[in-house]
Every structure is written in C-alpha cells, then in structure tokens.
Design a protein around this ligand. Sequence first.
Ligand code: GLA
Length: 383
Amino acid sequence: MKIMKVLLAVGALALTTFSCKNEEQKETGEPMINKGSAEPGIHKASWGMFDNREVDLYTLINKNGTTVKITNYGAIVTAFETKDKTGNFSSIVVGFDSLSPYLQSPPYFGAIIGRYGNRIGGGKFMIGKDTYTLATNDGENHLHGGKKGFDKVVWVADAYVDSIPSITLGYESKDGEEGYPGNLKVSVKYTLTDNDELRIVYDATTDKPTPVNLTNHSYFNLTGDVLKTILDHELQIDAAAYTPVDKGLIPTGEIRAVAGTPFDFTAPTTIGSRIAQVPGGYDHNWVLNNKGGSLAHVATLTDTLSGRYLQVHTTEPGLQFYSGNFLDGKFINHTGNPVNLHTALCLETQHFPDSPNKKEFPSTILEPGQKYHTETVYKAGLK
Ligand code: GLA
C-alpha cells in the first residue's frame, strides 16, 4: 500500500506533517469515491479558502465502505455514510457538499464546539476573585463558544492511515478569545474503525485556568432522509436524572429524577410519543449514570424504517439531547432537501451547561499543567 508523506504549512501555526494514501486521490473536489469499490483509507480534496487559509475535505473509508467526511473548517463532520437494512449507503448526519453553506452560520451542523459546549448564563463566570465576561450570542447568554467559536475557525489537519484511517485537527485559541482566559491548545482526533465506530478523542492544555467543555454537534437522522422526521426514532439514555432549565435554557441547578416524566428514556422510547409534553421540545442535559471518566455505553438511537442503530459511548458525565427544535428549513441538506423542524437530533456528550456558575455541577475548569482528555464513540450498526 502506497503511503504519501506531505509537509504542509497552514496559517500562523507551524509546519504539520500528514500522510495519506495516494490511490484514487484527487485534489479536484469532485466526487472521487465509488462506494462499491472504494479502497479503505483517506482521500483528500481541496474545498476552498477561509480567512486566507486552505480548507480541505478528508474522506475516511473503512473496509465495510462506511464513510466519514471531515473538513478542517470547524472540524466539521459533513457526512457519515452507513448501510441501511437493504444495503444502501446514505449519510445519517446532516451536512453540505461544499464549504459555502457552512459559512452562512448553520446551527453548528457537525461541528466541534468550543471552548464551551452549550450555555454560560449571562455570559459571565468567576474563577477565584476574577470575573470574566464572554461574548453573548444567545440573548444575554453565551452559547457554544460565542460569536466565533471553534466551529467557525480553520483547524490544522494531520491525517494518516495506520491500520485504520484517522485525522487529528489542531487549534490554538488565544488568551482573551471570545472573553476566555488563557491560551488553549486543542486537538481533536477522529478515527473510523472497521466496526463502524466514529471515535472522537479530545485533548487540551492551557496556560491559565479556563472553562473547557468540548463536544461534537452532529445532527442525526438515521433514515438518511431529512424529508422524514426523527419523531419515530427510538431513544434510550442511561440516565436517572436530568438538569431542568429556565426560560433561557440555563440549568436551574437542580438535578431532577426522570422517573415519571417525559424525560425518562431509561427504556427505549419513541421520541415523538411525549415530545408535546415538553414545551419547545427536548433540549436538555441528561445526568448520565456513568459519572464520567471511563468510557461507557450511555445511549442508543434506533430507527425501524432503515434498520439502523447508533450507540453513543462516552467518558463524559452529561448528554445534551436536542430534538432539532430550532430547525426551520433555512438550510438545504446535501440531499437537496430543507432541514426542517425535528428532522434531525443531536446527542452532544459533554459536561453540564453553565457549570462555571454552578458549584454543584462537576467542574469544567482546566488548570495549567492538567490535561483535558475526553472520548466519545458513535457506533453505527444494523439491528
Ligand atoms: C444546542 C442547544 C440548543 C441550540 C442548538 C443549536 O444543542 O442546546 O438550544 O442552541 O444547540 O441551534
């Protein structure tokens, strides 16, 4: 197998080495993968420019023909193509085929969220005696890293094929960016295993204490077709409690039992069966029974129509289940169809929203000398 090594200079960040398979590789941006015969490995295509930096699309293929596409703009997963029960491949995540719609601020489709996944109330928090004021981009609150979060920057890519394809994306967030203290070095490694697992490993270090809560904001629809809603999908979450929120979707601080409420997904339950009882739809953090720290299977999504399931495994203590309540058809998926209300959902593994202001929640403060390290696995399969 021919392996190509390339030296690449990207923006202000230092030279990065990556290697990838050369077979069938094109730099044209044209579709290059014939599913039936596609070789496992990584294919790279140029996707345009942003902020005077090159943006590329990396296509990771495993031995089953399962495919994950990732761009270094926003470290976004643009497609996750898996087989349905009839053998047809389609993407189980919402995404676009080109860079330009991603520049129109879609609601975080497939992106890495940072520095802080979800909301920080009032856009303010304290560390010791110091108060920090963040960019506010959701009314008076700070959401998903602010006005220009990690979803809107160009990352440095380092892609390679060992026995399985993976790509590591790096970003250096400067002291003061969006109001956060400290220079934060972040890396996110995506691996596509031969078991159809998309593994995401997040690492970070800082030179000042700062909140960090990284997640991936993929929107799933296991039918592969956004003309169908996700209301018939079945969801199971291994969580006995959730964090209720106020009108601005900021947790009140209470950890409330799910038993006897529409938030009880301890047994597999159809999403649409109780959604009407939740004003605005599901957009809450579940307190996972696994307290975090070790990788555990925490949720399973299934779709009878396609026969697909998706398992979520994570080292994180929380899971934000968002039922696509703000989707309004403004964005057109790669299938050519509008992404409407409840046509996709997110299962964002994370620490709890607004933790920097909630002493009772697990801490999200990363100290200099500490290593932030979390892992999440989305495993696709057929029932
Ligand atoms: C998250 C939030 C939602 C919404 C979406 C993006 O999942 O919890 O309230 O902001 O992101 O639209």
